[in-house]
Ligand binder design. Structure first.
Ligand code: AMP
Length: 309
């Protein structure tokens, strides 16, 4: 499998009702590759400043993530600060400091250009478009975005959508992008503007996949302790795309299973702050959780009902 991710490699400052961290290693590409590397090798392209603690990414290298496309430029790393509400389902961005991202132009190393699976992590859609100019016909182009870019780069985002196969967004972003509060209609609106598949993530209420032929709903894994949701969306994407890349197939049964792997990875991400839970997550722990998902959702056909006619 050849799986390429281009996205942010960040320092996150997060506040939740249970605590706070400053400058934790995060970013869309980082969370994505931490999750996707459980399925096979990942190639990462991004940028950090001279202040970045690069040794904190060693665990990714050890898990088969090729960091040859991670540039280090003079200046400050991308920083994001967010605060979560008590139910952890909504968050406010307190600060987005682009730092070296402001000048970043993604350069895809020649060895990465034939990637069959591509995830455009949450970054400026102008840069996501630049990546598409440099890759050769991936089997799947998946992408993510967020309110910051929906507001600030709407036109480029719409041009990007025409060229991607799958958009993963959370419920608020789907509503904001489409201008429709109903999630089914919002997903259909997105499909009309390009991607044949849309995943709408709904935090503790699970996630839904919409294709042209079917819809599929995956629950969120019920956890007694949810600590910090940052990175859950990118971990979901890493599980979803990582699974598909490993399977090498894009049919309905594999897409459904990808939703469960995505949900499982998202659930691990929220158990600790930042990357903590994903760093040493073992494949057998993931498989065990996927088995629980099956128990959680399996049911027999219903019994016949009374006939009144
Ligand atoms: P998630 O919780 O999965 O939606 O992703 C959170 C991650 O996205 C954090 O690690 C942030 O560093 C990163 N992030 C937040 N805002 C942006 C942005 N505007 N562009 C790129 N990455 C961002």
């Amino acid at each position: 499998m050849s799986l390429l991710v281009v996205g942010s490699v960040a320092l996150d400052s997060i506040e939740t009702p249970f605590g706070a961290v400053q400058d934790a290693v995060g970013g869309s590409a980082t969370f994505f590759s931490a999750a996707a590397s459980l399925f096979g090798p990942v190639q990462l392209v991004g940028v950090v400043g001279t202040d970045y603690p690069l040794e904190r990414l060693d665990f990714l290298r050890a898990r088969g993530v090729d960091l040859a496309g991670l540039e280090q430029e003079p200046g400050e790393s991308f920083r994001w600060a967010g605060r979560y509400s008590l139910d952890l389902n909504s968050r406010d961005t307190l600060e987005t400091r682009l730092g070296v991202f402001a000048e970043f132009r993604p350069r895809i190393p020649p060895a990465f250009r034939h990637a069959e699976w591509l995830f455009l992590g949450n970054i400026d859609p102008v840069l996501q478009l630049e990546v598409l100019e440099q890759v050769h016909a991936p089997q799947l182009i998946a992408c993510d975005t967020m309110n910051f870019w929906i507001e600030g780069r709407h036109e480029a985002l719409m041009r990007l959508l025409e060229r991607v196969d799958l958009l993963l967004v959370n419920d608020g972003e789907a509503r904001q992008l489409s201008g429709d509060h109903n999630l089914m209609r919002a997903a259909r609106w997105i499909q009309r503007h390009g991607p044949s598949m849309v995943v709408v993530k709904k935090g503790e209420h699970g996630a839904m996949l919409f294709t042209r032929d079917f819809a599929f709903s995956a629950p969120a894994y019920p956890l007694e302790e949810v600590f910090a949701p940052t990175g859950a969306g990118d971990a979901f994407a890493g599980g979803f795309v990582g699974y598909l890349a490993r399977a090498g197939v894009l049919d309905a049964p594999h897409l459904r299973r990808a939703m469960i792997y995505g949900s499982a990875l998202g659930s691990f991400a929220v158990e600790r702050f930042g990357l903590e839970r994903l760093i040493d997550l073992q494949p057998d722990e993931l498989q065990e959780r996927v088995r629980h998902f099956r128990e959680l959702t399996a049911f027999e056909d219903t019994m016949p009902l009374a006939a009144h006619a």
